[in-house]
Design a protein around this ligand. Structure first.
Ligand code: AMP
Length: 191
């Protein structure tokens, strides 16, 4: 059982890259943001719990997120591992995932960091707002999500850097170039 984690600020291209990588490796993509949005749309209890946080651009509390993630991971399609897109996003989630990896006798193969400058990120998110109409892609929420990323998710990167498993890739290149660098980093480790 092998895992790949994609880390990057909102708008760095995690979702786009994770989707292509999932197709190439045959591992499923687990996108916690997509799961939350799906629950929101269907008015489930989880959706209602997550809603106020998502609307403010804050992280959904760790206990709720970790429980949801574990539930997703227990599905049969995850038997060989997964590409994680948007999880872990806090040190508490990273530690919970570490424990899970040990329990499952799995391997965290690589953490790919998609690096993109702040100006490009904001520009991309505002464009996405026009195209997809995502409720949390407005100027104020975008600022908040950037702050949350810097305060809570960026430390996760240091956590993994200490373990020596981070591959840094420039996310400012064309989609195909990012994917080929990502795939190379991943296939070296996935074997
Ligand atoms: P995303 O589509 O990955 O940008 O996620 C959209 C929103 O879902 C985030 O702004 C958070 O409110 C919530 N979310 C997604 N993943 C997580 C996570 N791992 N921990 C906490 N909240 C999350």
């Amino acid at each position: 059982m092998k895992f790949v984690i994609l880390i990057g600020a909102p708008g760095a291209g995690k979702g786009t890259q994770a989707k292509i990588l999932a197709e190439k490796t045959g591992l499923p993509q687990i996108a916690t943001g997509d799961i939350f949005r799906h629950n929101l749309k269907n008015n489930t209890e989880l959706g209602n719990q997550a809603k106020p946080y998502m609307e403010r651009g804050e992280l959904v509390p760790d206990t709720i997120t970790i429980a949801m993630f574990k539930d997703r991971l227990s599905k049969p399609d995850c038997k060989d591992g997964a590409i994680l897109d948007g999880f872990p996003r806090s040190i508490a989630q990273a530690k919970a995932f570490d424990q899970l990896v040990t329990e499952l006798d799995a391997t965290l193969s690589v953490v790919a960091y998609l690096k993109v400058s702040q100006d490009i990120l904001v520009d991309r998110l505002l464009k996405r707002a026009e195209l997809e109409g995502r409720a949390d892609d407005n100027a104020e929420t975008i600022r908040n999500r950037m702050r949350v990323y810097e305060e809570q998710t960026f430390p996760v990167l240091s956590f993994y850097k200490e373990k020596g498993i981070v591959a840094e890739i420039s996310g400012e290149q064309p989609i195909e170039t990012v994917q080929s660098e990502l795939y190379q980093a991943v296939s070296e480790k996935l074997g």
